[in-house]
Design a protein around this ligand. Sequence first.
Ligand code: ADP
Ligand code: MG
Length: 250
Amino acid sequence: MGYIIALAGKGGTGKTTLAALIVRILKERQLGSILAIDADPNSNLGDVLGVNQGDSVGEILDRISAAPEKLPAGMTKERFIQHQVQAAIQEENGFDLLSMGKPEGPGCYCYVNNVLRGLITKLIADYDYIIIDNEAGLEHLSRRTCRSADMLIVVSDASNVGLKSAVRIMDLAKTLKFEFKKNGLLINRFENNILEEKIAETGLSYLGSLPADPEIEQLSLLGRSIFSLKPDAQILRSLNLLGEQIWKLK
Ligand SMILES: Nc1ncnc2c1ncn2[C@@H]1O[C@H](COP(=O)(O)OP(=O)(O)O)[C@@H](O)[C@H]1O
Ligand SMILES: [Mg+2]
């Protein structure tokens, strides 16, 4: 069974960056097979990982529901969706990537969600690590396409507004009955400007912080992938130190 790390947090806090950094570190440490899931339709985990994104699950579902007569003979719709999704997984050197996208068509979501749920459960069993980059509103969690994680990381900046929204997101995950074995708050772009009491007031368990790293900004400006980051980059060193709490529990 895979070890699932789900990232949540409001837009712009660094979820996608962090998801990509975790993929890079797990890959370099050769800790096992990795599936990265881009569960934010407005996002770009593929770009940050330097991968051409394949079809998204949403596009596949739309295509099938627009032309249901195009099912191959003898194949059920469910089996066909599974087959197409399997084919959409981008296999890279050291990790795989699946983009969830978002079905736009008027299909029946209950059906779609049921199929997805089964699919994700099966997929997860095939990998050692699954990293899920969620959208801010936790839509996939609310549709219960993905129902649990071993580790839920809420990413935030150090501002009051940021911390409040981290608390709201954690509450939302609980309201949605999203199951997680462990959770933690991670402060991104830390600049020694946070008071311990402010973190304590959130009531969230504090994982640690990552520095603001100009190299990350530079990569993003130049459209380069996370793999172009120098091995001794400050942010990689900081994240490696947090590793024990994030992925070594498997
Ligand atoms: N620690 C960091 N230092 C510098 N820039 C960062 C850092 N974390 C994220 N960024 C930049 O901030 C922007 C938003 O990050 P992103 O990971 O896309 O956030 P989210 O996925 O939460 O919306 C990106 O341009 C990214 O390169
Ligand atoms: Mg993102």
